[in-house]
Design a protein around this ligand. Structure first.
Ligand SMILES: *Cc1c(COP(=O)(O)O)cnc(C)c1O
Length: 345
């Protein structure tokens, strides 16, 4: 049985063009900075995001860790959302490996942090306090229904950061989803931030890797931290080759992922066992809740799996589905059929 895997957009496999590019990639040793394919990826990414330089890292988690470690000396503080990926899902790395104090603020439903909250969280100089050094945003916001942050909002946060001498980092694991949803360019979303990271292995479907973009000086420091964390890779051009195809060819299909997510959300709204507000779905992430049923989330996930549909239970009454490359409209219709069938009283 063909499984429809909706657990995450990380499950995507390389396209045929990626396999060919990987097979034919021109390689060097990237720790010596002489892998031509990695260099080409980094130059391409920097140009695309309107930044001076870029750095390939093994994962989105390392991209955020490296970025925070460069912006924040030990004992200093970063402001970030209480539902942010960096706070929730990165093993506490910024504290464990960087000695960076996370100062969390409540993420609003749309993934933003309230501007007033940010302003009052910034510390004054006082021996009692850690020094605030960084504000970190997430775009699109994973836990907040995959909502994209607008250029206007980012500019407002940036103005606060500037006026207090702080840096601004954007975890753009799904920044291309944000750009497509807002009908804008990633360079517009990254214009006001000091550093931005994006994943090549989610909606863009490359097998491995994330890229950090920023100033030349920032990336120079990031290279040192990446090496120290064990993230210096040798013939990494095999990964970069797929990444170049990702940037070249995979953006146009993101719109289809969003359309599929919307279709799924609208269908789920018609199944009594579930509760969802489809108007909240702006990109490829769909959270929905248990409603009118005696079944548990585990029972529903297990029954769906038996019928070839795989997705996550993300709480005692909550599920998550993510659409991606390789999921067709027909798969969404089949998913809705299965979910309707297994929850029928
Ligand atoms: C997936 C993700 C990351 C990084 O995840 P990795 O699995 O380490 O690549 C970072 N931030 C957000 C918002 C994500 O969704």
């Amino acid at each position: 049985m063909q499984i429809i895997d909706l657990r995450s957009d990380t499950v995507t496999h390389p396209s045929q063009a990626m396999w060919e590019a990987m097979l034919n990639a021109e390689l060097g040793d990237d720790v010596f900075a002489d892998d031509p394919t990695v260099n080409r990826l980094q130059e391409t990414a920097a140009a695309r995001f309107g930044k001076e330089a870029a750095l390939l890292v093994p994962s989105g988690t390392m991209a955020n860790l490296v970025s925070v470690l460069v912006h924040c000396p030990r004992g200093s503080e970063t402001i970030l959302g209480n539902k942010s990926h960096t706070f929730m899902y990165e093993g506490g790395g910024i504290a464990a490996f960087g000695g960076v104090h996370p100062h969390t603020l409540p993420n609003q439903e749309d993934g933003t942090l309230r501007l007033e909250d940010i302003k009052s969280a910034i510390r004054v100089e006082d021996d009692h306090f850690p020094r605030t050094r960084l504000i970190a945003l997430e775009n699109t916001h994973n836990k907040c229904s995959g909502t994209p942050l607008t250029p206007e909002y980012i500019a407002s946060v940036s103005a606060i950061a500037r006026s207090h001498g702080l840096s601004l980092h954007m975890d753009g694991a799904r920044i291309f989803n944000a750009a497509v949803a807002l009908n804008t360019d990633v360079s517009v979303l990254s214009e006001k931030v000091d550093s931005v990271s994006f994943c090549m292995s989610k909606g863009l479907s490359a097998p491995v890797g994330s890229v950090i973009c920023g100033t030349k000086d920032f990336i120079c420091e990031a290279r040192r931290v990446r090496k120290a964390l064990g993230g210096g890779m040798r013939q990494a051009g095999v990964l970069a080759a797929a990444g170049l195809i990702a940037l070249d060819e995979m953006i146009p299909q993101i719109k289809r992922d969003h359309d599929n997510a919307k279709l799924l959300a609208e269908g789920l709204a018609n199944i009594p066992a579930f509760k969802i507000n489809p108007s909240k779905i702006k990109t490829n992430i769909v959270y929905f809740e248990l409603a009118d049923t005696d079944l548990t989330v585990e029972e529903i996930v297990n029954r769906a799996e038996e019928k070839g549909v795989r997705f996550l239970a993300t709480g005692s009454r909550q599920f998550r589905v993510v659409t991606h490359y390789g999921v067709e409209q027909g798969d969404i219709l089949k998913t809705l059929d299965v979910l309707g069938l297994i929850t029928k009283p």
